[in-house]
Write a protein that binds this ligand. Structure first.
Ligand code: AMP
Length: 142
């Protein structure tokens, strides 16, 4: 049986504003913010506000608004960083590599010949995250 959703997880705390994040987008259903251990420049997380551990226990109604924002953010990061492509990733349960148990989608700008850095690897400097978030917000604004 699947484990229960834990409202004490770090993304739930970010959604409640209990811990800081570099937000780039928010609407009624979805928030997007910078991954603090980016696998590439501009790595962004898109997170539905509705609680679920991952895709396996999510209400299917979550996916329309979530993936609408995933597409918006993917287009914006490609533009913001003049990327060659965008990798979209999503993990379900520990065996898959999931480390935070609130559904989220990774959006990572990609550049020809540049490999992804390790998952949950090195912490990025806050000033770099802030600068990259500003570029993504500007691209989202048009
Ligand atoms: P996953 O392994 O798919 O659950 O990914 C969780 C992601 O959250 C990893 O890429 C981490 O680098 C990232 N992460 C962990 N803590 C934070 C945080 N406080 N703010 C932003 N991203 C985080």
């Amino acid at each position: 049986m699947a484990e229960a959703y834990d409202p004490g997880n770090i993304f739930a705390k970010i959604l409640r504003g209990e811990i800081p994040s570099h937000r780039v987008y928010e609407d009624d259903a979805v928030v997007a913010f910078m991954d603090v251990m980016p696998q590439g420049t501009g790595h962004t997380l898109v997170v539905p506000k509705a609680p679920s551990r991952n895709m396996l226990d999510a209400d299917p109604a979550t996916f329309g608004p979530l993936f609408t924002v995933v597409q918006k953010v993917a287009v914006a990061v490609k533009k913001a960083f003049n990327a060659d492509g965008v990798t979209i990733m999503q993990f379900n349960e520990p065996a898959s590599g999931q480390t935070v148990y609130h559904l989220h989608v990774h959006v990572v700008p990609r550049f020809e010949g540049v490999p992804l850095k390790p998952h949950s690897g090195q912490m990025e400097k806050p000033e770099v995250l802030a600068e990259n978030a500003g570029k993504i917000r500007a691209a989202l604004a048009g």
